[in-house]
Write a protein that binds this ligand. Sequence first.
Ligand SMILES: Nc1nc2c(ncn2[C@@H]2O[C@H](COP(=O)(O)OP(=O)(O)OP(=O)(O)O)[C@@H](O)[C@H]2O)c(=O)[nH]1
Ligand SMILES: [Mg+2]
Length: 301
Amino acid sequence: MENLFRLKQDTVPIVLIGLQSAGKTTLVNWLKEKRFTRPKPTVGVVVEKIKIGDIFFNVYDISGQKAYRENMWKSNVLTSLGVIFILDSSNALRLDEASIWYWKMVKEWLGEFYSDKAILFLANKSDLKTSLSLDKIINKMKLDEMSSYPNISFQFFKTSVRNEENIELAFKWFISKIKRFKELQFKKFKALIVSDIFGNPLYVYDPDEIAQDTGMFVGYIKALSGFANEILGHEQFKVLKVDENHFFISELNNHVVLIAVDQEKALPEARRLSILLHEYLKGDNMDLKTELNTLLSDYVS
Ligand SMILES: Nc1nc2c(ncn2[C@@H]2O[C@H](COP(=O)(O)OP(=O)(O)OP(=O)(O)O)[C@@H](O)[C@H]2O)c(=O)[nH]1
Ligand SMILES: [Mg+2]
C-alpha cells in the first residue's frame, strides 16, 4: 500500500485513440521531434512524456487494433483529461467502424457522469487525394450531435501530420481546454480518503495537498486500475485487488474515493460507504452531511 501511494504524477494524462493506421503514433512523433515519420503499427500502449506549451503531458498512444479498444481505450479515456480521436480521412471504407467506436466512447464510456473532458477530433491525412471533406465526415459520423453533450468540450479539425496542416491550431485549442480543466478539477476536490471497512481513514489527503500535485489523483486511478480484477454491478464501481487487501475505487462526478477493505464480504459495506461519501463530497445533501459528520468530522473540511 505504501508503495502505491508514492506513485505520483506531475503530468497531465492524455490519450490518443482511433483505428489502425490513422496516424496516432505519427502525431506523437511529430509532437516529440517536429518531423513526419512512418512508424510501425503500435503494439499495446506506449506512454511518452512530452512538454507541449508549458504543460508536461503523459501521452498514451494505444494500438488501434480491436483487441485493445474495449479495455485499453476505455480505461485510458476515463483517466485522461483529454482525448484525441484520430480518423484516417482518406479511408471511407472504415468510416462506419470509426464512427461506432467514437460514439461508444462518448455515449457508453463518458456518459453523463463525466465532465471536464476535452475531445479533439482530427480528420487526418488531409493531404491525400482520397481524403473526405470535413462536411462529409461530420455528416456521416453525426458529429453535430456533440452539441448535446455540454459536459464535453469538443472541437474538430482536418489535419495532415505530413503537411503540418492545422496541427498547431488544433493543439492550441486542446491545451487551452486542458489548462482550464486542470484548474477546475482540483478546485472541485474536497478530499481524498482511503479508509478501512469501518470508515476509519487510513490516509487522508487535503485539497491543498492535492492541488499542489495536480496529476496525483489521476495517477492513483491509473496505478490502481492496473490491478482491476472485477467489475461490480454498477458501472461506476470497480474492485481492485492489491496484495491481500482489496482496494475499492469509485469514480462519480470527478470525485474519487479509495477504500481499503480486508475481506471479500466487506465489499457491500465499502460500496455503501463510498456512495455516502460521494454524496457528501458533492455537498448538496444536508441530511447526509449530518449522518456522516460523526464519521468524518475530523477528516473532511
Ligand atoms: N499521407 C499521410 N500519411 C500519414 C499521415 N499521418 C500518418 N500517416 C502515415 O500513416 C501510417 C500509419 O500511421 P501510424 O501513426 O503508425 O498510425 P497509428 O494510428 O499509430 O496506427 P496503429 O498504431 O496501428 O493503431 C504511417 O505510414 C504514417 O506515416 C498524414 O497526415 N498524411
Ligand atoms: Mg501507432
